[in-house]
Design a protein around this ligand. Structure first.
Ligand code: NAI
Length: 304
């Protein structure tokens, strides 16, 4: 292994990778990996894509034809990889569990901002407007949160909620045994939760997990949080639920298409008290970036 190609690179990616690198020639590419850019990886033995790079069958075929030996994802999720196309031809490595605290803390940040309208209040006070009109939230203490997916991130988020004095319901096809949380069916979680937070991966089973049918099962005025993957939520159904006040507010770090495009139905929501979108940043604190890059580098070292 001599040359590594990183796609969708930002300046902060370079800092850590340059520090870690001892053996390789590194090519940093700002464009995302797609069929149009895959030829940039010609002559490279390892390719390091990020969450929104394309790794469908066509791109994987092209990487194999170019004799790329390994795809070392610099992310935990692998829903964007056509694993059937890669199987037996090219190893695909990922970085599981590099940031459970970062993502869980950001999720709570979204909830606090949504509930207490902190972002809205900030702009008001800058305009010397100290009115509390429309800024009133509720106590999280005593409320019920439903955590869907109790892997590494879901468990940390559930414990943070417990620290706030919330009652925690969990749903996972592989339930955890923890007396602090109440493991329930998905239907019961939808029916009883004041806040619902998504921490499961995007799979065939979870795509559009939040749709008209499941939203109808939820309490009126529920808050919805998604720091997992955008396609877990059907955007048009969420838009309608927000407009009809079925869902009081949504905090999203992930979208169906990132960055957000004007054709995204959620663009229609102009009231920042109802919808907060952050730019897929939950993973990104400084310790996490270092851990992530160390793991990517180690993955490449181990496969060489
Ligand atoms: P994990 O693999 O530790 O946990 C995922 C959990 O989801 C597992 O317990 C699994 O059994 C459960 N699950 C699978 N299918 C399910 C279903 N149908 N319903 C409910 N639960 C189901 O993964 P981890 O590290 O907790 O990450 C979760 C997700 O968070 C990742 O898949 C990724 O999409 C997202 N993520 C987002 C980041 C961000 O910056 N916003 C950063 C890192 C991860």
């Amino acid at each position: 292994m001599h040359t590594i190609a990183l796609f969708d690179v930002k300046s902060y990616d370079r800092i850590w990778f340059d520090q870690l690198n001892q053996h390789y020639q590194i090519k940093y590419f700002e464009p995302k990996l797609t069929m149009d850019t895959v030829s940039l990886a010609a002559g490279c033995q390892a390719v390091v894509p990020f969450v929104n790079d394309t790794l469908d069958a066509a791109v994987i075929d092209a990487l194999c034809r170019q004799n790329v030996a390994v795809i070392a994802l610099r992310c935990a999720g692998f829903n964007h990889v056509d694993r059937a196309a890669a199987k037996g031809r090219i190893p695909v490595l990922r970085v599981p569990g590099y940031s459970p605290y970062a993502v869980a803390e950001h999720t709570m940040g979204l909830l606090l901002a949504l509930n207490r309208k902190i972002h809205k209040a900030y702009f008001r006070t800058r305009d010397f407007n100290f009115s509390l009109n429309g800024l009133i939230g509720f106590d999280l203490h005593g409320k019920t949160v439903g955590v869907i997916g109790t892997g590494k991130i879901g468990q940390v988020f559930a414990r943070i909620c417990k620290g706030f004095g919330m009652q925690v319901l969990t749903y996972d096809p592989y339930p955890i045994e923890d007396p602090a949380f109440e493991s329930v069916s998905l239907e019961e979680l939808f029916r009883r939760s004041d806040v619902i937070s998504l921490h499961c991966p995007l799979t065939e089973q979870t795509r559009h997990l939040i749709c008209r049918e499941t939203i109808a099962q939820m309490k009126d005025g529920v808050y919805l949080l998604n720091t997992s993957r955008g396609m877990l939520i059907e955007s048009q159904a969420l838009l309608d639920a927000l407009q009809q006040k079925k869902i009081a507010g949504a905090g999203l770090d992930v979208l169906c298409q990132e960055p957000m495009r004007p054709e995204n139905p959620l663009f229609a929501i102009k009231d920042s008290r109802k919808l907060i979108i952050t730019p897929h940043m939950a993973w990104a604190p400084v310790e996490t970036r270092e851990r992530l890059m160390r793991c990517v580098y180690r993955n490449i070292e181990e496969i060489k």
